[in-house]
Write a protein that binds this ligand. Structure first.
Ligand code: IDP
Ligand code: MG
Length: 137
């Protein structure tokens, strides 16, 4: 089933020069296609919507500050089961718990700075794609 998902390479990934490495892992999955890719400085308003489910949690404010600390790379990826697939490539939220071979498992240490965001369901993908790429058809 072909799907579309939103991926954000977080400021740590951009700062550490890991954009090519991470995009390469996504590109190498057979038949997945990148249909948008942009370096972007986010603002508080978009992050408040993007992370609406986490507003009020103790990690929310430091998370927003981190996401504002430098540019992100926003991508739209299309392909077979890409929503579940990019989540699997990323690994679980905590990079120490994430298996080596996954993006978070290979490059991350702390939970907040875990390199990548990927939509977690078809509903999230639809909402997040509208938020980040409203003009994309
Ligand atoms: P996900 O990115 O794996 O979907 P979520 O639970 O949706 O994880 O959390 C969103 C982001 O918030 C995480 O990717 C991580 O950057 C940050 N985060 C989540 N839980 C914690 C925490 O307990 N401490 C610090 N940061 C957290
Ligand atoms: Mg999430």
């Amino acid at each position: 089933m072909s799907q579309r998902t939103l991926v954000l390479l977080k400021p740590d990934a951009v700062r550490r020069g890991l954009v090519g490495e991470i995009v390469g892992r996504i590109e190498r999955k057979a038949d997945w296609r990148i249909s948008a890719l942009e370096l972007r400085h986010l603002d508080r308003a978009i992050l408040e919507q993007h992370y609406a489910e986490h507003v009020g949690r103790p990690f929310y404010e430091p998370l927003v500050e981190f996401m504002l600390s430098g540019p992100v790379v926003a991508l739209v990826v299309d392909g077979e089961r890409v929503i579940e697939g990019v989540r699997r490539l990323a690994g679980p939220t905590d990079p120490i718990a994430a298996a080596p071979g996954s993006i978070r498992g290979d490059f991350g240490v702390i939970v907040r700075e875990n390199l990548i965001h990927a939509s977690d369901s078809a509903e999230s993908a639809e909402r997040e794609l509208k938020l980040f790429f409203p003009g994309l058809v």
